[in-house]
Write a protein that binds this ligand. Structure first.
Ligand SMILES: C[S@@+](CC[C@H](N)C(=O)[O-])C[C@H]1O[C@@H](n2cnc3c(N)ncnc32)[C@H](O)[C@@H]1O
Length: 269
């Protein structure tokens, strides 16, 4: 396995994504998942719950790439989708399966690399991936795989870290990089790798950021592409940050979502 992927496995085997917000409940327990889900959809990203609700998934075959501990995968199942989840990290697969067992829902959940999907071409109506593809070294390969497994006219929903965000430009580059001087000791890639993901293991996962123009280039083979940015909060600002958390308009948000369609017989542009 390439070193970036080994770092990803180290990162999320030690610190499963979202576990730090699941209280002190035993990992994999019903209370653990309930706390993690409450934090995710009610505190951290209420906009994500709405985004998932707005996807038209009822009765559809949905694949999630990088499902982590399975929170969004379960939400998609609760919203009526027939779901499949894949992730690179075995620990995440175990947790996601526990989550589905606890909620009594069924899903196909498999250890797999986003860059090498083993599904037949044209097998999914929708492919969803949030916070994943900016960690994989060959993102173009992963996008080509998504295109292949989508049915003609199917939808890709891909959320990445946003380059033109307040968090990246001001908090990371300006404050951490220049004011605190980290950029005199490391490059931007290392700043991102050490400053974005919560890590107790010292893992240095690959972390990249994307502008809207880069997203358009990445998804140039798709049609009807639109991007939308989310997650700009007062807590990211110096003075307003002292107030209780609230969201600002998303344009400088930390996440950029791409919504795009695989060209079908009737939408070739
Ligand atoms: C920040 S976590 C996000 C997990 C989940 N989507 C969420 O929002 O909670 C990043 C995820 O990407 C997965 N990942 C990274 N590279 C991958 C790859 N090449 N193939 C599949 N999953 C990958 C990691 O295992 C991890 O679960």
């Amino acid at each position: 396995m390439e070193k970036e992927k080994l770092e990803a496995v180290k990162q999320w085997s030690h610190d499963p994504c979202g576990a730090v917000h699941a209280g002190n409940y035993p990992e994999g327990s019903a209370e653990f998942f309930a706390a993690a889900r409450r934090y995710r959809y009610e505190v951290y990203a209420p906009w994500l719950k709405k985004l998932l609700e707005d996807l038209d998934v009822r009765g559809k075959k949905v694949l999630e790439i990088g499902c982590g501990m399975g929170n969004d995968l379960l939400t998609l199942a609760l919203n009526g989708a027939e779901v499949t989840g894949i992730d690179l990290v075995p620990k995440h697969i175990t947790l996601a399966r526990c989550l589905f067992d606890i909620y009594g829902y069924s899903a196909r959940i498999m250890e797999m690399d986003a860059e090498l999907l083993s599904f037949p071409p044209e097998s999914y109506d929708l492919v969803y991936s949030f916070g994943v593809l900016h960690h994989t070294p060959h993102i173009e390969k992963a996008v080509a795989e998504i295109y292949s497994v989508l049915k003609p006219g199917g939808t890709a929903v891909i959320g990445l870290y946003h380059k033109n965000s307040w968090h990246f430009r001001v908090n990371l580059l300006f404050y951490e990089g220049l004011i605190k001087g980290k950029l005199f000791r490391m490059n931007v890639g290392e700043l991102l790798s050490t400053g974005v993901e919560f890590s107790r293991s010292g893992a240095k996962p690959l972390v990249r950021v994307y502008s809207a123009a880069e997203c358009r280039h990445l998804l140039r083979g798709f049609s009807r592409l639109r991007t939308r940015r989310y997650h700009w909060q007062n807590t990211q600002l110096p003075f307003l940050g002292r107030l209780p958390p609230f969201f600002l308009p998303g344009f400088l948000g930390w996440y950029i979502f791409c919504f795009a369609e695989k060209k079908g017989e009737c939408n070739n542009n």
